[in-house]
Design a protein around this ligand. Structure first.
Ligand SMILES: NC(=O)C1=CN([C@@H]2O[C@H](COP(=O)(O)OP(=O)(O)OC[C@H]3O[C@@H](n4cnc5c(N)ncnc54)[C@H](OP(=O)(O)O)[C@@H]3O)[C@@H](O)[C@H]2O)C=CC1
Ligand SMILES: N[C@@H](CC(=O)OP(=O)(O)O)C(=O)O
Length: 409
C-alpha cells in the first residue's frame, strides 16, 4: 500500500539532484570556499525539551549550524526555572536512581549564546501558544509521553509543523525511517517510529532490496534487550524482573508498537509484506539497545547459489540510499542525514556506541546464515540518537532541505 505522502527510498535518487542544488538551506560556511556566510537559523521549539530525549535533542541543536532552539516547553514543574537548573536536577535524579548501573550524568550545554541568543527559559504550552506562531517557529520537535499526544494534535491544527518521536500520533502514512522511507509531500506531523524500528528498518531494507526479485522476506523475528529508558523517570517494578532482565510485555506497549510500526513501514513497500514476531526485554544499561534479528526468505530456487554470510555483509555494507544527498556540499553541512553509511558491520559490537561518531550508525555483528537459510545478526542501536533525538533532527533536516516539503508559513 502506497500512501500519497511517502514512498520507499528508490535505489537511485539522483533525479532529485536538480531540486537539491536549488534548495540550499542556510549554512554556517560557504561550502565552496569555507568562508562564513550570514545565516538566519531555522527556528525550533522543543515540546518535552526538559525530559531525557528532549535534553538530548537540545544538545544536538545547540551545536547545529542551521537550527536554533527558540522555545523549550515542559510541564508547570519546569516552567520559568532556568533550563540548566532543571537539567542538572534531572540528571542527578537519574544518577541516584540508576546508581548501581554507574549512570554518568550528562553535562548541561555551555552557557554561551547560540546563534547570538541566550538559552530559552522553559515555558508551559499555554505560554508558548501566547508567544509564538508558525511564522516564528518553523518546527516543533515533540518528545512527550503518549498520553500528551493531544498537545501535538493541537499544535498541528494550529498549523505548526511537528516532528515527533512519541507513539501517540504515529501512523503508516506519517512514520519515516529515512533510509527506508522518505516523505514525498508536506505533512503537519512527521513521526519517527519506536527506537528499535529505527535500527531494524535500514537493515531489513538492505536485505529486502538485495534479495529481490528472486526472493522476498517472509518472516522476521526480533528479540530485544533494550536499555532502561522508555518511561522517563518512572522506575520499573523489580518484582517483574528475572534476575536483572525485565520482560516488557506486561508493562509497556513496546512490542505492540514495534510489530505494528514495522508492519506499516514494510507494507507500504511490498505487496507481500513480511510477518513480524517481536519479543522485548530490558536490561541494565541506559543507552544502546541490543537486537537479535532473524530473517527468513522465501524458498530458494533449486539452481540458486546458497546464500552466505559474506554476501549478506556486502548487502549491508553497500546500503546507502541517501548517498546522493550526502554528495551535495550544502546537504553535508547537516550532521545527521549526512551520516554515511548508515550501517556499520563490525566483527564485535563492543564499544560501538563510542566509536560511531554521531551515534547515528546502526552497528551489525554476528552475521550468519543458518542451514535452513535464515539470516541472523545482532544489531546495536543508540536508542537516544538513531532511535530518538538524532532521528527527529534527521527528519527535520530532510524536510527543511527539500523545497517542496519545507513549511511555507
Ligand atoms: N522514538 C523513540 O525511539 C523513543 C521515543 N521515546 C518517547 O519519548 C517520549 C519521552 O520520553 P522521555 O524523554 O524518556 O520522557 P521524560 O519523562 O524524560 O520527559 C517528558 C517530558 O514531557 C514534559 N511534560 C510532561 N507533562 C507535560 C505537559 N503537561 N505539558 C508539556 N510538557 C509536559 C516533561 O516536562 P517536565 O520536565 O516539566 O516534567 C518532560 O519535558 C515518550 O513518549 C517515549 O515513548 C523515548 C525514547 C526513544
Ligand atoms: N516506547 C517508546 C520507545 C522507547 O521506549 O524507547 P527506548 O527504549 O529507546 O527508551 C516508543 O515506542 O516510542
Amino acid at each position: 500500500m502506497h500512501s500519497d505522502s511517502s514512498a520507499t527510498v528508490p535505489s537511485s535518487i539522483s533525479s532529485h539532484n536538480n531540486l537539491v542544488s536549488k534548495t540550499v538551506p542556510p549554512v554556517k560556511l560557504n561550502p565552496r570556499n569555507q568562508t562564513p556566510v550570514t545565516v538566519v537559523p531555522v527556528t525550533v521549539a522543543l515540546l518535552g525539551g526538559t525530559g531525557l530525549s528532549g535534553r538530548h535533542t537540545f544538545s544536538i541543536l545547540h551545536e547545529h549550524p542551521s537550527f536554533t532552539v527558540k522555545a523549550i516547553i515542559g510541564s508547570e514543574a519546569s516552567a520559568n526555572i532556568p533550563y540548566i537548573e532543571t537539567w542538572k536536577k534531572k540528571e542527578s535524579a537519574l544518577e541516584s536512581h540508576h546508581e548501581r548501573l554507574g549512570y554518568v550524568p550528562q553535562p548541561p550545554p555551555p552557557h554561551r549564546p547560540v546563534h547570538g541568543e541566550n538559552l530559552p527559559v522553559p515555558m508551559t504550552i499555554q505560554t508558548f501558544l501566547q508567544s509564538f506562531s508558525p511564522s516564528t517557529i518553523r518546527y516543533v520537535i515533540s518528545t512527550v509521553a503518549p498520553s500528551l499526544g493531544h498537545i501535538e494534535s493541537t499544535l498541528s491544527s494550529l498549523n505548526f509543523t511537528v516532528i515527533t518521536i512519541s507513539p501517540a500520533n504515529r501512523s503508516p502514512a506519517n512514520t519515516f525511517v529515512l533510509e527506508h522511507k522518505i516523505p514525498r509531500s508536506p505533512l503537519r506531523v512527521y513521526a519517527s517510529p519506536n527506537c528499535v524500528a529505527c535500527g531494524v528498518a535500514p537493515v531489513l531494507s538492505a536485505i529486502c532490496n538485495n534479495a529481490a526479485p528472486k526472493q522476498t522476506v517472509t518472516h522476521v523475528t526480533i528479540t530485544t534487550i533494550q536499555s532502561l529508558t522508555g518511561r522517563g523517570d518512572s522506575p520499573y517494578p523489580s518484582s517483574l524482573c528475572i534476575n536483572n532482565i525485565l520482560p516488557v510485555g506486561q508493562i509497556e506497549e513496546t512490542e505492540t508498537y514495534l510489530k505494528s510500526e514495522l508492519s506499516g513501514l514494510f507494507s507500504s513497500s511490498s505487496s507481500d509484506p513480511p510477518e513480524f514476531d517481536v519479543r522485548c526485554y530490558r536490561g541494565g544499561a541506559l543507552r544502546g539497545h541490543v537486537i537479535d534479528l532473524r530473517v527468513s526468505l522465501s524458498d530458494q530456487q533449486p539452481r540458486q547459489a546458497k546464500l552466505t554470510a559474506s554476501t549478506v555483509v556486502s548487502w549491508l555494507e553497500s546500503f546507502d540510499p541517501l548517498s546522493s544527498y550526502h554528495a551535495s556540499a550544502s546537504f553535508s553541512s547537516f550532521h545527521f542525514t549526512g551520516s554515511s553509511p548508515p550501517i556499520l558491520v563490525s566483527p564485535s559490537p563492543t564499544g560501538v556506541l563510542q566509536s560511531s561518531v554521531t551515534g547515528m550508525q546502526i552497528v551489525v555483528s554476528n552475521v550468519d546464515v543458518s542451514d535452513s537459510g535464515c539470516i541472523r545478526c545482532t544489531i546495536v542501536v543508540d536508542n537516544l540518537m538513531k532511535g530518538a533525538a538524532g532521528a527527529a533532527v534527521q527528519i527535520m533536516e530532510y524536510v527543511e532541505f527539500h523545497d517542496h516539503l519545507r513549511p511555507k508559513n
